[in-house]
Design a protein around this ligand. Structure first.
Ligand SMILES: [Fe+2]
Length: 288
């Protein structure tokens, strides 16, 4: 096997990893090289992988405990570790998986007491040139703030809630009511996180204010909180902090939710079939 090569893709986010076949067992040296690149670039792209569900889940397990998604109706029956993301329909007219999901900037599991450490998304059927995924560095967002803003945010805690992304859009609220019944996900507890956190493996500070799931800062008056949230939603997704991934079939993307927010670009429709598998790895409570 040729040595692992890392090719930087974006200014502050993203690298492609060449020379790795994830369907084969990875030795510790190869895994260490991947982990180092992941810490440095936050998002890794592995092209041209041929992964059975067991391969995908096995690679994810190297990063920690697998977390089954709250959207139970969209899990693969034979492998509930895999969330199906697809706009395809079965013979009964129901979707094969979660369709057109994640089209808002967010970090996976930010609404949980233990937000997701890693997400591993594998593209199987891709409408070429459509359905890109965008990523933005929450480290860059923090580091470019002025010191008074850093000081303010370092003293704040922020509430997050899964319902929030639905509440702010009436079409999505109607969809949520259907989804809640299908998924038995009827409660949406509020989770409070520090507004900034230190990455537990790299020691690098980042914002932890989710652009979609955050509802407000506990220490501020509501008008102050709303204004600061609006500013941060804008700031977090500044073009200079982003990388936009154009999918090819058989790409596996591995990203760090403690360092990034991401958004799906929904510029395709039911005439363009798309089918992906996602596995998520559990994280720890964010710590200042
Ligand atoms: Fe996501």
């Amino acid at each position: 096997m040729r040595p692992i090569e890392i090719e930087r893709l974006g200014g502050v986010v993203g690298a492609a990893v060449h020379g790795v076949d994830l369907s084969k067992p990875l030795d510790d040296a190869a895994f260490a090289a991947i982990l180092e690149a992941w810490h440095k670039h936050s998002l890794l792209v592995f092209h041209d992988q041929r992964l059975e569900p067991e391969d995908h889940i096995g690679f994810a397990r190297r990063f920690g405990e697998i977390e089954n998604h709250v959207l139970k109706a969209n899990l693969m029956p034979s492998h509930p570790e895999i969330l199906l993301s697809s706009n395809k329909k079965k013979a009964d007219g129901k979707r094969v998986g979660r369709a057109y999901n994640g089209e808002y900037w967010h970090s996976d599991g930010a609404y949980l007491p233990t937000p997701s450490r890693a997400s591993l998304l594998y593209g199987i059927e891709i409408p070429i040139g459509y359905g890109d995924t965008m990523f933005a560095s929450t480290h860059a967002a923090y580091e470019t703030l002025s010191q008074p803003y850093k000081d303010l945010l370092n003293g704040l805690t922020c509430a997050h809630e899964f319902h929030q992304t639905y509440r702010t859009n009436k079409d999505r609220l109607a969809e949520f009511k259907v989804s809640a019944e299908e998924n038995e996900y009827t409660s949406s507890p509020v989770t409070v996180h520090p507004a900034t956190h230190t990455h537990p493996e790299t020691g690098r500070r980042a914002l932890f204010v989710d652009p979609s799931f955050a509802t407000g800062f506990l220490e501020l008056e509501s008008s102050e909180s709303d204004t600061l949230l609006a500013f941060l939603r804008d700031h977090l997704t500044c073009p200079a902090f982003t990388y936009r991934h154009r999918w090819q079939p058989n790409d596996l993307l591995l990203w760090d939710n403690r360092s990034l927010v991401h958004a799906a670009v929904v510029d395709y429709d039911d005439s363009m079939p798309r089918y992906l598998h996602r596995v998520t790895v559990k994280g720890d409570p964010p710590q200042r």
